[in-house]
Design a binder for this molecule. Structure first.
Ligand SMILES: [Zn+2]
Ligand SMILES: [Zn+2]
Length: 156
């Protein structure tokens, strides 16, 4: 595994797709993921191999990719980051939720942990989001079925 290889926004999207299909508990097959992402099975298989090689999960023969703790953590953090940024844009720039969501989606893969901490601190304890389930640091895949961000990205 090469620690210098960074996850791309696309890699992160695949990790989220695997998570929402409960890939933190059991392996997710390439066909299932291909369906919700609307891409080919070949593309998914290739990406799953890449994610495994990068240390985010284990590919179980004939069954699919099972996320490990590191893979799950990336997803949890990405969810939190998206919702916090969105809230920040709404509160500070008076953006509508759709616009804030679009802005947040465009930049959230590139925001550092440090910057995130500063934003969380400045927002304080009154964080809340439209989906009602999102400003927490642990989710179950089922919590995300009603999340606007997941609905936008995947055909679940
Ligand atoms: Zn959003
Ligand atoms: Zn949400």
């Amino acid at each position: 595994m090469d620690d210098n290889v960074e996850l791309t926004p696309r890699d992160r999207e695949y990790l989220r797709g695997i998570f929402v299909l409960k890939g933190n508990r059991e392996p997710v097959g390439p066909s299932k993921l291909a369906h919700i992402l609307d891409v080919s099975k070949v593309a998914v298989l290739e990406k799953m191999r890449r994610l495994e090689a990068m240390g985010y999960g284990d590919y179980v023969h004939r069954r699919g990719l099972l996320l490990n703790e590191k893979g799950t953590e990336v997803v949890q953090k990405d969810i939190q980051r998206h919702h916090i940024m969105e809230r920040y844009f709404q509160d500070n720039f008076g953006m509508e939720s759709t616009e804030a969501c679009r802005e947040s989606s465009a930049m959230d893969p590139f925001i550092s942990e440090n910057f995130m901490r500063n934003i969380s601190t400045s927002l304080g304890r009154e964080l809340s989001c439209e989906c009602g389930c999102c400003i927490d640091d642990h989710y179950d895949p089922e919590d995300l079925y009603d999340c606007h961000w997941f609905k936008r990205q995947f055909k679940v």
